[in-house]
Design a protein around this ligand. Structure first.
Ligand SMILES: Nc1ncnc2c1ncn2[C@@H]1O[C@H](COP(=O)(O)OP(=O)(O)OP(=O)(O)O)[C@@H](O)[C@H]1O
Length: 281
């Protein structure tokens, strides 16, 4: 559904170099801290910036061949974009109807009501969370095959976030669809994504299926003596701590079986990411 091959973009002090793929039927997460390059990646996919190298294929076509018809197959949420603040939702509906042949007006109105978004209030008077909800509902409103969601949960309270994640799961129940979604809150993505790319300083530093990440990865808590004698082959990163060393492994079971005296924690995705970024190779 989406393929980025060595996509490069250079800014002063920052270089994006990104290769990733989103398969049909999958929700793929892009996780990284502030400034890691998530929005730059989305802008490259949407043709909103001039790339310095690499190629992008969307829905089987090279980026430069994507036309308006193909754009109807895409639903987009960008973290730093939105609808004109001078419009009200009731003004926006004819615009969406005009833009998308498959605009589902009744469904869109129903969801706006569910999320308590007023029809007759200017969007610029909406709260950050309300604006974000509206963007997501609009992206979901026209039966798109590919959703590109840059930080869709930013600014949402826990309940709205849960409802949104449920909506995305429901969206995926139809065949032939896929989502690329970014966040810096990985717990958001843990329960939604089939696979996850971690991006740091413009580079993809890890790609893994979410199940593998949760089932096989782990963090060893080793004393200096234990650290000195453990097998290093399956240690991806290590970090000096007060008690000795934290070590990230992608073979948790191996260390649990062979080193029963060493504490091996499962670690949540945030902890695994922290080790990937802050630990030494
Ligand atoms: N138009 C621009 N001109 C110069 N530098 C830019 C521009 N846009 C982005 N950058 C730089 O590129 C880097 C990546 O920014 P980007 O917005 O892609 O990060 P991000 O992962 O989306 O972060 P956040 O989670 O904070 O939104 C940053 O160092 C940023 O300063």
């Amino acid at each position: 559904m989406l393929r980025l091959n060595k996509v490069r973009k250079e800014y002063k002090g920052f270089q994006l170099d990104c290769t990733l793929e989103v398969q049909e039927g999958c929700v793929t997460g892009l996780i990284g801290k502030n400034g890691a390059g998530k929005s730059t990646t989305f802008k490259a996919i949407l043709g909103l910036l001039k790339m310095d190298g690499g190629s992008i294929e969307i829905l089987g076509k090279p980026l430069h061949e994507i036309g308006n018809q193909d754009k109807e197959d895409m639903g987009v949420v960008m973290s730093d974009a939105g609808f004109s603040g001078y419009l009200m939702i009731q003004d926006l509906i004819p615009v969406l109807k005009n833009m998308y042949r498959n605009f589902q007006e009744e469904e869109f109105r129903r969801k706006c009501k569910k999320f308590q978004l007023p029809m007759n209030k200017k969007i610029k008077e909406f709260s950050t969370g309300m604006k974000r909800k509206l963007q997501v509902l609009a992206a979901l409103s026209h039966e798109a095959r590919l959703l590109l969601l840059d930080e869709p949960t930013a600014g949402l309270d826990i309940i709205a976030r849960d409802e949104l994640l449920d909506m995305l799961r429901t969206y995926m129940e139809k065949e032939g669809r896929a989502i690329l979604v970014s966040s810096h809150i990985s717990s958001d993505l843990e329960g939604l994504c089939d696979d996850i790319y971690m991006i740091d300083d413009g580079k993809i530093i890890l790609y893994e299926e979410t199940d593998v990440l949760l089932d096989c990865y782990g963090i060893l808590k080793a004393t200096p003596e234990q650290f000195g004698r453990i097998e290093r082959e399956h240690i991806l990163r290590y970090k000096k701590e007060g008690f000795g060393y934290s070590c990230l492994t992608d073979q948790r079971q191996f260390y649990q079986e062979n080193y029963p005296d060493i504490a091996v924690e499962k670690g949540n995705i945030d902890e695994l990411i922290m080790m990937m970024i802050r630990g030494e190779e």
